[in-house]
Design a protein around this ligand. Structure first.
Ligand code: DAT
Ligand code: MG
Length: 149
C-alpha cells in the first residue's frame, strides 16, 4: 500500500486542530501507521524543505515550523499521496476549496496549518527524515474489505 507524510504545523497544534485534521484522514478511509508530537530541529526542517532553501520565504518558514510542536503522521492507502493532497487543499488558503483543511481552517499562506508530501518520491524521502522504520506499525483496519473493491 502507498504511504505519505502529513504534519500538523505549529499553528495547527496551538489552535487545537489536531483532532479535526486527524479525523478527516481517518474518516476518508486512510490508515494511520505512525504519529508523534515533536518540536522539529532545524536540520530536519531544512531536509524536509530542501527545494525551498533558496526561496525568499524560507527563513520565515523555518522560524514558523520550529516555533512550537508539530504533529507528525504517516498515512497509508491506495493513491494516498494524491488523496491526502486533495484533503489538504491548495497551498494558499485563500485559493483552497471549501471542504479542504486549508480551505476550512486557514487564512494565510504562511500559516497554512498542515504539510503533505507532493509525490510518492517525496513521501518516501520525508518519512525517512522523520521516522525510523520501527516506528511504522502494521495492522488491519476493520473496514478495509469494505473500503476497497
Ligand atoms: P505545499 O505545502 O502546498 O506543498 P510548497 O511546497 O510550495 O507548498 O511550500 C511549502 C510551504 O512553504 C507552504 O506550505 C507554505 C510556504 N510557502 C510556499 N510558498 C510561499 C510564499 N509564496 N510565501 C510564503 N510562504 C510560502
Ligand atoms: Mg510542498
Amino acid at each position: 500500500m502507498d504511504r505519505t507524510f502529513v504534519m500538523v504545523k505549529p499553528d495547527g497544534v496551538a489552535r487545537g486542530l489536531v483532532g479535526d485534521i486527524v479525523s478527516r484522514f481517518e474518516s476518508k478511509g486512510l490508515k494511520l501507521v505512525a504519529a508523534k508530537l515533536e518540536k522539529l530541529p532545524e536540520k530536519r526542517v531544512r531536509e524536509q524543505y530542501q527545494e525551498h532553501l533558496e526561496k525568499p520565504f524560507y527563513p520565515s518558514l523555518q522560524h514558523y515550523i520550529t516555533s512550537g510542536p508539530c504533529f507528525l503522521m504517516v498515512w497509508e492507502g491506495r493513491n494516498v499521496v494524491k488523496v491526502a493532497r486533495a484533503i489538504i487543499g491548495a497551498t494558499n488558503p485563500a485559493e483552497a476549496a471549501a471542504g479542504t483543511i486549508r480551505g476550512d481552517l486557514a487564512m494565510d499562506i504562511g500559516r497554512n496549518v498542515v504539510h503533505g508530501s507532493d509525490s510518492p518520491e517525496s513521501a518516501k524521502r520525508e518519512i525517512g527524515i522523520h521516522f525510523a522504520g520501527t516506528e511504522l506499525v502494521a495492522y488491519k483496519r476493520i473496514d478495509e474489505p469494505v473500503l476497497y473493491e
